[in-house]
Design a binder for this molecule. Structure first.
Ligand SMILES: [Zn+2]
Length: 253
């Protein structure tokens, strides 16, 4: 269906780049329309009605008019301004990782509703929870996003032979997309990651439970770091993009 000349939608700000002296190109994820880009003229002038309305992580109700190359943002109403995210370096680095992943997997047009709902829910939780829960929420988001994208890693049975895994340390293979049992491990072509039995339990828990249970779930820091490293490896291999914010996150662990 063709876009109307003027349209209004709810959307989350994923990215922007400044242009000229006072303008900005903004990329957003709309629940109904998927990824959209708009031109915000004069947004960086203190007198603009758009000033402070198009910040990263904000959910807005936005009106755009079709332009020749890029649509022009004419009205913005803030629906959610999760400004607490920016008060903690660890939280903001997790949130940057989260929106960058949304950018990588979302598409223009319909079919992005689940990604939008997950993103909105995770950003709201990051804004209200204690900063020490940020990395757990990042891992939760990564697992749910992989599931939505049909790219879930396999942690319950051997991804090669299908046998149920014994409760012990195992090896994860990015190439095959999950854990391989001791019999199948020697046949793997790509690199393997060692996963302790406790890391495997954490991955399964994060995959199965809801956000509130995860918020109250205590995970030793080294296991959480390994959990995110495993998910980052899986995402790099299967989503095929390395994110700048991920290296930023690692720098502050
Ligand atoms: Zn096997």
């Amino acid at each position: 269906m063709a876009k109307p000349r003027i349209y209004t939608t709810s959307a989350i700000v994923l990215k922007y780049r400044n242009y000229s002296e006072s303008d900005r190109f903004v990329t957003l994820l709309s629940r109904k329309m998927g990824r959209i880009e708009g031109f915000a003229k004069g947004v960086r002038r203190s007198t603009s009605k758009l000033t402070g309305h198009l910040e990263l992580f904000y959910t807005v109700r936005i009106t755009l008019a079709m332009g020749k190359n890029t649509d022009v943002i004419t009205e913005v109403q803030i629906l959610s301004a999760p400004d607490r995210i920016n008060q903690n370096l660890n939280t903001v680095s997790c949130a940057l990782n989260i929106i960058e992943l949304a950018l990588n997997v979302s598409t223009e047009g319909t079919g992005n509703e689940l990604i939008y709902d997950l993103l909105e829910k995770t950003l709201n939780k990051l804004n209200t929870t204690h900063a020490s829960n940020s990395a757990k929420l990042l891992a939760y988001y990564q697992l749910k996003l992989l599931s939505i994208s049909g790219l879930s890693p396999e942690f319950k049975t051997c991804v090669e032979c299908g046998n149920i895994l014994d409760e012990q340390d195992h090896l994860y293979s990015a190439h095959t997309g999950g854990i391989v049992c001791p019999s199948c491990a020697p046949k793997q072509a790509g690199p393997l990651l060692n996963l302790s039995v406790n890391t495997i339990k954490v991955l399964r828990f994060l995959d199965a439970e809801d956000m509130t249970k995860i918020e109250n779930f205590s995970v030793p820091k080294e296991i959480l770091t390994k959990t995110i490293e495993t998910l980052d490896t899986h995402i790099d291999y299967h989503i095929d993009r390395k994110t700048r914010s991920r290296s930023f996150f690692k720098a502050f662990q």
